[in-house]
Design a protein around this ligand. Structure first.
Ligand SMILES: NC(=O)C1=CN([C@@H]2O[C@H](COP(=O)(O)OP(=O)(O)OC[C@H]3O[C@@H](n4cnc5c(N)ncnc54)[C@H](O)[C@@H]3O)[C@@H](O)[C@H]2O)C=CC1
Ligand SMILES: N[C@@H](CC=O)C(=O)O
Ligand code: NA
Length: 446
């Protein structure tokens, strides 16, 4: 075999990166793969951009087609690279490619988090590979690390910054004082954001990726519908600043942890001690901590979004598939790391069962006894405090309806979320509490 024939669907940010990386490093990649990786066709909704790219790269032998099904049904193509995103058309195309006996490489975490169980099962039936390194943490080879490098371990937890757009937004808001909308627009311009950026800012994209990480870490089916998802849209510059003063950074963290009674699967803004390496991951960079019983804590860092970092992972998968083209399917690494008939049915725990510490910001009437009322309610739920701060001088606002206001910042020790919910309901009902309480979870990550 002199070349493996690849069809690409989509001609956006990641596809552009794949063309650039594959053609620039063609000789080196061929030496690794054992044969040339040849893109024979690309499906694009519009012509001019892709025509320009192919002309610039002198790739005039690539056929440009409008219909993506013409790629997945092309008998000449052995590997389909799905780079359009979304869960409807992408699902049809990937299933059609599998039905036609083609291997699939995809960067589409939404597709696999929602339809992964179906897609992996169909791929197994047909003896083809569905590779998805680019779908989680972009260019960081985290799928390979967890699925292969850590296979001796009983993995205890995985925790990470796995959305570049939100990390970029939080970094720019904190370090430059820029506002949310301005930074989001810049993330879109730089090609980090999803087609629908609410997937980024509401934590959905991170939950898609965490769902896949959880599956390969613990050997469970993909269960995106059970993930707890909270984004960064309600965070204020004030909380970012207070966290900083208290020695913490706020990051959108995905956390999945195994317990005897089930698996935590949660994405939410999280206070992390500033001294932790992961707290200092800035911009669109991602970082994933994986704790195994044998290896201990391991940390993987790199670019989580953007054209060429993501293409790095896509092309690595293309090389892997090429190397395995003639291998017996039973010798391949299972898609979800564990043998398909050995998956665990451990339940995903509801967020109410999770134990964590909390940062609370409570806007109160500045009058005697308020703090005592609040701490009594917390104590009734067995919640103990780690620190209390009153931000009176800085935050004193003009009297509202004749009441002077102040902010109480409380850091609690670990408690169960349902106990905190019960306490917050009572705190919120106090007449001295003047605004909805801000609650941000905290993790030590050790
Ligand atoms: N941009 C990034 O940094 C990363 C993106 N991803 C994933 O990679 C995939 C692609 O993302 P991007 O390249 O950023 O998106 P994009 O929006 O830049 O590109 C998508 C391309 O697909 C094309 N497309 C959409 N519907 C189509 C259809 N019906 N027929 C033919 N073409 C169609 C669009 O015209 C566009 O050319 C998504 O699944 C995304 O989640 C994964 C990791 C990082
Ligand atoms: N929108 C995603 C792109 C990569 O997966 C992100 O910002 O991380
Ligand atoms: Na990756």
């Amino acid at each position: 075999m002199t070349a493996v024939k690849i069809g690409v669907i989509g001609a956006g940010t990641v596809a552009g990166g794949v063309f650039h990386v594959l053609l620039r490093n063609q000789a080196e990649i061929t030496r690794r793969a054992g044969c040339k990786l040849h893109i024979v066709a690309v499906s694009s909704r519009t012509r001019s951009k892709i025509d320009n790219l192919l002309t610039t790269l002198n790739a005039n032998d690539v056929e440009v087609v409008a219909d993506p099904f013409a790629v997945v049904r092309n008998p000449n193509i052995e590997v389909v690279c799905e780079l359009i995103g979304g869960t409807t058309l992408a699902r049809e195309l990937v299933l059609e490619a599998i039905a036609h006996g083609k291997h699939v490489v995809t960067a589409n975490k939404a597709l696999l988090a929602v339809h992964g169980n179906e897609i992996f099962a169909k791929a197994r039936e047909k003896g083809v590979i569905v590779a998805f390194e680019a779908a989680v943490a972009g260019g960081i080879p985290i799928i390979k690390a967890v699925r292969e490098g850590l296979s001796a371990n009983r993995i205890q937890w995985v925790s990470g910054i796995i959305n570049g757009t939100t990390n970029f937004i939080l970094s720019e808001m904190r370090s430059k004082g820029l506002d949310f909308g301005t930074v989001l627009a810049e993330a879109q311009r730089l090609g980090y954001a999803e087609a629908d950026p609410t997937f980024d800012v509401e934590g959905v994209d991170a939950a898609h990726k965490l769902t896949l990480l959880s599956a390969i870490a613990f050997g469970i089916p993909v269960q995106f519908d059970k993930a707890y998802t909270e984004g960064i849209t309600k965070l204020t510059a004030q909380d970012i600043r207070y966290a900083e003063e208290l020695g913490y950074r706020i990051k959108l963290l995905g956390i999945t942890r195994r317990h005897p009674e089930g698996v935590e699967l949660r994405v939410h803004p999280t206070l992390i001690p500033s001294k932790r390496l992961i707290a200092n991951v800035e911009g669109a960079m991602n970082a994933v901590l994986v704790k195994g019983d044998a290896v201990g804590a391991t940390l993987y860092y790199g670019a989580g979004a953007g054209a060429e970092p993501t293409a790095s992972a896509v092309v690595a998968d293309l090389v892997d598939v090429t190397r395995l083209l003639n291998a017996d399917p039973s010798h391949r690494v299972p898609s979800l790391a564990f043998q398909h008939d050995a998956l665990d049915n451990a339940p995903i725990l509801p967020i109410s069962e999770v134990h964590t510490a909390y940062y609370l910001r409570i806007r109160v009437a500045d009058q005697p006894g308020v703090l005592a009322d609040i701490t009594r309610i917390l104590a009734d739920q067995q919640i103990s405090l780690d620190a209390v701060l009153q931000k009176e001088a800085e935050l004193f606002e003009p009297a509202s309806q004749g009441v002077a206001q102040t902010d109480l910042i409380l850091l609690t020790h670990q408690t169960q979320e349902k106990l905190m919910n019960a306490a917050l309901e009572k705190i919120q009902a106090l007449s001295s509490v003047l605004a909805p309480v801000t609650r941000i979870r905290m993790e030590e990550l050790n």
